[in-house]
Design a protein around this ligand. Sequence first.
Ligand SMILES: [Fe+2]
Ligand SMILES: [Fe+2]
Length: 400
Amino acid sequence: MKESTVGIMGGTFDPIHYGHLILAEYVLNEMNLDKIIFIPSGTPHLKSYKKVSTKKNRLKMTELGIKNNNNFKISTIEIDREGNTYTIDTIKELNKKYTDTLFYFIIGADSLFDLLKWKDIEKLFDICNFIVANRGGTYSLNELQDRIKLLTNEYNAYIKLVNIPDIQISSSDIRNRIKQNKSIKYLLPGDVEKYIYKNKLYVNNEYNNELIKKELKKHIDTKRYNHTLGVEKTAVALAKIHDIDISKANVAALLHDCAKNISNNKKIDLCKKYNIELKIEEKKNPDLVHAKVGSVIAKHIYNINDSDIINAIAYHTTGRPNMSELEKVIYISDYIEPGRTKANNLDNIRKLARKDLDKALLAILEDTIAYLQSKNKIIDTLTIEAYEFYKLHNNTLSNE
Ligand SMILES: [Fe+2]
Ligand SMILES: [Fe+2]
């Protein structure tokens, strides 16, 4: 019989915030555990294109975050290990060290559906229990319970569901707020907040742009690469003017044409692989597909998991109604970057873009449709819908 029960909270904790702490406190109470151990991850293997704070900073912030709770402890087991971090290795090591302790690994609802892909998962089910912290949202209670039943029956897994309040705080939101000089008060413990400001964390770019550029150069030709640098420069400038996340604008600009030089056959293959449905106009003109294919490459090869960035890449050729500010910036920058010289009206649109993104967007959509019509080329339905949307939108605004 194991003497003590301990929950394990793994994570990057970049930074730790009240969402993590409330979750841990709920699990501790609902499952009647003796304590929760926070284990900041080592160097995450999936995030090489994304910068992560140093181990030292993440460890220090986690220490500060948990210090007022006697039931919360910290372990450097993953921080101390070199290379990739796998849960199986962590649990094995903990089991060896604490023979009288029963460990419960805490995961989110999304991970429950990913578990079977984890390294040595069957072995992991043997040596560790799981707790699914359910915030509500993507999955219904029935779906979660069915999944748990399946894993319990087929793999003899022990998995318990704990409902926790849906607190919408995320580390990435906190980092963005810092870049935009917005307050992060009440989102995380005051000492962590102080540490962040004192050490000037999160003020710089989130992505490893130099590494991305190095990789890009291998896959696009020089002309495309120079165009990409032009889009980067323009997008960053527009993001600054219009108070949009600069890191996101930068990385979306860099990757927007990452699929441009892939052959049409390969593009079609990639669409099949990633279940991208092709419209008739795209099948007729596979060059249009480079935006969608680019978005899946950004997601799966460059490990970008921010949906706004992914959408900005996916819709940079067609536009669409109700675009996010980031989507607008990428769409516009692609059209007006300094290397572009052929389109009519460029000077005017460049000026408009600095003043009003919606007006610049409408002007580009209008010119694009007129150009495609004059050349008897197919116009994507999304482009027409976007045009109608922004025409109405801009009229409504000017009538107010
Ligand atoms: Fe493009
Ligand atoms: Fe482009």
